[in-house]
Design a protein around this ligand. Structure first.
Ligand code: AMP
Length: 454
C-alpha cells in the first residue's frame, strides 16, 4: 500500500517526498485510512514506529481545507523534546501547506508563545502544564479545535499529567476527532481512552518486542564497578556512531557524563534540571556529532530522535520492562543494526527477570574479558571509578573470581549468540582471540547464566 493510495493532497505528498518517505510504515498503513476518514484512533505504538506521521498526515490533510488563523488541531505531548520533535515533523511534512504551528511548554518565556498564537497558528503542540497556564489565564482559545492528539499517553500518566489532561479537555469542544497513542496500556490509560475516544479504531504495532536489528547483551556487575566497566567498554570500542547511556537519576546522569568527559570522551548529560537553551544545545551537539555520548534519564530521553545511535547502554536497569524496550528502541532503527548493553547489579535482578519475561527469552550474558570483576569497593565515598588501563587489551583468561553481582566464573558461559559475537567485535577482540573464545565455549555445556548471582 503506497502513500498514493491514501489520496493525500499534493502539498502533503510533497512533504512526504521531502522527508524521503517512500512507503508508509505499518502503523501508518493501519492508521491512515481510518484517521483520514475522521475516525477516532487508539494507537498502541512506541517511538520509532512512525507514529508521528500517522497522526500528523491526517491533521495536515484536514486542515489544508477550511479556515486559517485559529487553533484547529491540538497535540499534547509529555516533554519539550517530544513537542519540538513533533513540531519539526509537522513543519517538514507540512512545508507546502502554509499551516502554522506553535509549541507550548514550560521553562521558557510565555511571551513568544503568546505572540505566535496571536499571529494565528492552526496547530498547537503542547505539554500539559504550560498549556493549562495559558488556558487558565484565558490567553488562548481552544474552543474550535477539530482534532486532538494525546501522544505518549502512558508517559504523561507516569509524569502525573492525567489530572491536567482531564482539565484541558474542558476547554475543547465536544465535537472533534481524537487520537491517543501510547506505548503501553495500563488501566489508567485505558480509562482515559474510554473517556476521550468515541468508537475508536484500535491500531497496534508489536510494540513490546525490540527490533530484530538490536543485539542485546547483559553485563552482570557489582554496582560500584559499573563506572569502571563502562569506561573500559567505551575505551575498547570506537564505532563512529553515537552512544546513549541511561541512568536512573538526574544526579547520576550528570556525574557519569563528567566521568566520561574526564576520561576523554565527548559526553554530555541530558537531564531535567537543564535550562531549555542548554537542553537544546546538548541535543544539537549530539545530533551533529559534536557530542558522541549522551547520558540521560528516561524522562529526559523522551523525544530524542537521533538517527545513527549505534549503542544504547543501560548503566542502570530501567524500572519497567516497557522502559527497557523503549530505551533500546533508540538504536537499531530503520533496519540499521544497533547494540544494547545492560549493566545489572545484584539488586537489579528483579528488573532483569521482568525484562526476560516480557521478551520471552533470557538475555545473553557477557563478560568483559580482562576486567577485574572482583575489585573491592573503594575507600573514598565518592568516585568509585578506577583508572582505565591505557591500551588494555583483553587478557587470555576471564576473571578468576566473581565480585558481588558479577559473573560467576565457576559457571560455564552461554554460547555466543549474535549479540555476543557482535559485542566481541565491538570490544576489539582479535580474530584469534574470538576463535579461542568460541572453541572455549563450544567445549562447555551450553548452560545459560542469565542473571548472574541471584
Ligand atoms: P516516530 O515513531 O514518529 O518517532 O518516527 C521514527 C522515525 O521514522 C522518524 O525519524 C521519522 O522521520 C521516520 N519515519 C516516519 N515515517 C516514515 C516512513 N514512512 N518512511 C521512513 N521513515 C519514516
Amino acid at each position: 500500500m503506497p502513500f498514493q493510495s491514501f489520496d493525500l493532497k499534493p502539498e502533503i505528498t510533497a512533504g512526504i517526498n521531502a522527508c524521503g518517505y517512500t512507503a508508509p510504515t505499518p502503523i501508518q498503513r493501519q492508521t491512515l485510512p481510518s484517521a483520514l476518514a475522521g475516525r477516532d484512533i487508539l494507537g498502541l505504538a512506541q517511538t520509532g514506529t512512525g507514529k508521528t506521521a500517522a497522526f500528523l498526515l491526517p491533521i495536515l490533510q484536514r486542515l489544508q481545507s477550511g479556515p486559517r488563523g485559529r487553533v484547529r488541531a491540538l497535540i499534547v505531548a509529555p516533554t519539550r523534546e517530544l513537542a519540538e520533535q513533533i513540531n519539526d515533523s509537522a513543519r517538514e511534512l507540512g512545508r507546502q501547506t502554509k499551516l502554522r504551528t506553535v509549541t507550548i511548554y514550560g521553562g521558557v518565556g510565555k511571551g513568544g508563545q503568546l505572540q505566535q498564537l496571536r499571529q494565528g497558528a492552526e496547530i498547537v503542540i503542547a505539554c500539559p502544564g504550560r498549556l493549562l497556564d495559558h488556558l487558565d489565564a484565558k490567553a488562548m482559545d481552544l474552543s474550535r479545535v477539530e482534532m486532538l492528539v494525546l501522544d505518549e499517553a502512558d508517559q504523561m500518566f507516569d509524569m502525573g499529567f492525567l489530572p491536567a489532561i482531564r482539565r484541558i479537555m474542558k476547554y475543547l469542544p465536544a465535537e472533534r476527532q481524537n487520537m491517543l497513542f501510547s506505548a503501553t496500556m495500563p488501566q489508567d490509560i485505558r480509562g482515559l481512552a474510554n473517556a476521550i475516544l468515541r468508537d475508536p479504531v484500535t491500531v497496534q504495532i508489536a510494540h513490546q518486542k525490540p527490533a530484530e536489528t538490536v543485539a542485546q547483551a547483559l553485563f552482570p556487575v557489582a554496582k560500584h564497578l559499573k563506572p569502571s566497566l563502562l569506561l573500559e567498554l567505551m575505551q575498547r570500542h570506537d564505532t563512529g556512531g553515537r552512544t546513549l547511556i541511561f541512568t536512573r537519576t538526574k544526579h547520576g546522569a550528570k556525574g557519569l557524563a563528567k566521568k566520561l568527559e574526564k576520561a576523554g570522551h565527548s559526553a554530555a548529560a541530558l537531564q531535567g534540571n537543564l535550562s531549555q537553551n542548554r537542553r537544546r544545545e546538548v541535543m544539537d551537539s549530539f545530533r551533529t556529532g559534536k557530542v558522541r555520548v549522551l547520558v540521560a534519564t528516561d524522562i529526559a530521553a523522551r523525544g530524542i530522535d537521533v538517527a545513527d545511535i549505534s549503542h544504547v547502554i543501560n548503566f542502570d536497569m530501567p524500572e519497567t520492562p516497557e522502559a527497557y524496550v523503549h530505551r533500546i528502541g533508540r538504536t537499531g532503527r530503520a533496519e540499521r543494526s544497533g547494540q544494547a548493553f545492560s549493566f545489572a547489579s545484584r539488586d537489579e535482578q528483579d528488573q532483569v527477570r521482568a525484562i526476560e519475561r516480557l521478551l520471552g527469552k533470557r538475555l545473553e550474558q557477557q563478560q568483559l574479558d580482562g576486567f577485574d570483576y572482583s575489585a573491592p569497593v573503594p575507600q573514598e565515598s565518592e568516585s568509585p571509578t578506577r583508572p582505565v588501563r591505557s591500551g588494555a587489551r583483553p587478557q587470555s583468561r576471564p576473571s578468576a573470581r566473581s565480585g558481588a553481582g558479577g559473573p560467576s566464573s565457576g559457571r560455564p558461559r552461554a554460547p555466543r549468540s549474535r549479540a555476543a559475537s557482535s559485542a566481541a567485535s565491538t570490544f576489539g577482540l582479535s580474530p584469534q582471540r574470538k576463535a579461542n573464545n568460541n572453541a572455549h565455549n563450544a567445549n562447555r555445556a551450553p548452560r545459560r547464566t542469565p542473571t548472574g548471582n541471584r
